[in-house]
Design a protein around this ligand. Sequence first.
Ligand code: NAD
Length: 479
Amino acid sequence: MSVFPNLIAGEAVPAREVVHNINPSDTRDVIGEYAMASREDAETAIAAAAQAFPLWSRTNALQRFEILDRIGTEVGARSSEIGDMLAREEGKTLKEATAEVLRAGQLFKFFAAEAYRANSEGLPSVRDQIGLAVTREPIGVVGIITPWNFPIAIPAWKIAPALAYGNTVVFKPAELVPGSAWLLADIINRSGLAKGAFNLVMGHGSVVGDAIVSSRQVAGLSFTGSTRVGKAIGHTLFERGARMQLEMGGKNPLIVLDDAPLELAVDCALQGAYLSTGQRCTASSRLIVTPGIHDAFVARLIERMTALAVGDARDQATDIGPVVSKAQLAIDEHYLEIGRTEGACLAHGGERLNRKTPGHYLNPALFTQTTNGMTINRDEIFGPIAAVIPARDYDEALAIANDTEAGLSSGIVTQSAKIIRHFRDNAEAGMIQVNLPTAGMDFHAPFTGRKQAGYGPAEKGSYARDFFTAVKVTHERFI
Ligand code: NAD
């Protein structure tokens, strides 16, 4: 069986402990053994990144462009192979997985070009004979900790800007899905970077993640994951004065108003709630529907759900792959039970499905007749489960949409320009989708959550430099 080592200071570093990467579509298929770093390995990687920082931070724009562009080219050229790995280890369909890999390549190319953009500005002083300059500098060693659900795109949108702006990196992917992250790391490791400018340490959050979060040599941490872990590490980072960018959980609403074109509304709900097996932070888990379209919407959504092919992620005919792991399946079933107990009507799905291979297959589920106070509408489930919440009118729908601790993505389907404008201005979320699913953002646009969904500067696009650079202000008297 293939063994995949950590990559520290440009070298392959095996570990005493390994984890098996298991295919959720066929649990007999062990993809490989992945090194689980120790705390000492993580500290070695951090020290290597600190040592490489003076060298990498002084590279010129052309050198950075060429390396990042090269990485983007190789990732794009290998999208089928890496996409196959992603579908095999995570369970999203081949189509989704390949698109995610292509996006990772595009992100590297976008940030390659960012290396050329001006990062400084001169301001006119309010005093005579005084110059005023605002310059930006890389922050130093950056820790990057990522979740399992976008195992290559999220690492790409953090690692690429970190390097483009001159920082060095210690990267810890999710222990559950390390395969496509390892392939990306291997490409980065061979790209011509200074030794130590990029390091991969795979392993447990409580060991490797904690070592990165706690290290005084790590100037900033970019984290995506659950709100629970994000909040916990936030305390440690604050205590030691480190920068942080925390992208956390969602509980995203999709409002469907009476004037919505039915097929479009159902399409948005179906894609937003169930594609990628509902395992997206931007998934539409709350479908808030007004009375004039409610019954037709529910009936048509169930009709479309019935036609979904749930199966092996790498089978071309599959629409919805398996749940990522046994543990996540247990969480999904736990919430299905809570929904029933709290009086929601399970209108469709929710049962395990048997397929040719042993996998974590769950029929996508729809609850109806729910209220926003129910646990299934408060907690992020992170599975193929959505709930319809009836609302009297737009005003009530908006109030329900905003009644959540998470403010990540918020969507609406309507033809009214007046309501669209009002919704954009009043929805309490970092990202708004109009007549589109709540999931699916352009790769060069900023990504950001409000309330407990996000903390710190936005990710992606040129906005990424607000986290990955520090501003310095110089006043200078001309003599
Ligand atoms: P998770 O919080 O369990 O783990 C995320 C990462 O943190 C993993 O690499 C894990 O090993 C690490 N970690 C765990 N404990 C740690 C600790 N004590 N110190 C340091 N690191 C630690 O999340 P997950 O289950 O991998 O991913 C699912 C979650 O991610 C969902 O809540 C989802 O909404 C969220 N997510 C958010 C976004 C976003 O951009 N807002 C995007 C994707 C996923």
